[in-house]
Write a new protein. Structure first.
Length: 193
């Protein structure tokens, strides 16, 4: 099975994440998307980042009606700090029957050359790129690499930061979140302080 790994803090997961994940699994050769919840880096200030397991639970709520999209806590079990190359090696070793690819926004493609062992990632894994509002992708050398697949996906301009800030400002952002995610956030008064 070909699995696309969509990494993120998902703080919180929103409909933009689901639109991208669903588009990738329906309009590419990927069989499943695993939403890999990135754990809190203990060296960074927490600020508004929900607990790892709260964010994982929100991803569970958001994806339960999407059989091809699964939550993953794989990085919770790995040494910190997490490097994508290490996560990929762990998954490839544990799930030898699967072929793992990365999903990332084109903004991440611009900095891929700065990632730890990015050459190893490119050698062994396909990377599916979804568009962001940015003209600079035209100038990237990596965009023509055989392992890079730029997917014609909808451009989604919703951010978790925008959602958190507007919850704090008491704005109605309910349409931007899956129903159960909104209910859980609202019930627990998340992001209000």
């Amino acid at each position: 099975m070909k699995i696309g790994l969509y990494f993120g803090t998902f703080n919180p997961i929103h409909i933009g994440h689901l639109i991208i994940a669903n588009h990738m699994v329906e309009y590419s050769d990927l069989d499943q998307i695993w939403m890999v919840v990135t754990p809190h880096n203990p060296l960074k200030k927490k600020d508004t980042l929900l607990d790892d397991y709260q964010r994982l639970y929100l991803v569970n709520l958001a994806t339960e009606e999407y059989p091809k999209i699964k939550p993953s806590d794989v990085e919770f079990k790995l040494p910190q700090p997490n490097y994508t190359v290490n996560t990929l090696a762990y998954l490839q070793d544990k799930f030898r029957q699967h072929d793992f690819s990365l999903i990332m926004g084109e903004d991440n493609l611009k900095s891929l050359h700065k990632w730890k062992n990015y050459e190893v990632i490119l050698q062994n894994h396909d990377i599916y790129i979804y568009p962001r509002v940015s003209p600079e992708i035209e100038n990237l050398e990596l965009k023509n690499h055989s392992k890079i697949h730029i997917i014609d996906a909808p451009i989604v301009e919703i951010s978790s930061t925008f959602i958190r800030e507007n919850i704090k400002s008491k704005k109605n952002i309910q349409p931007l979140l899956p129903c159960k995610v909104w209910e859980y956030i609202d019930h627990n008064n998340f992001y209000r302080k």
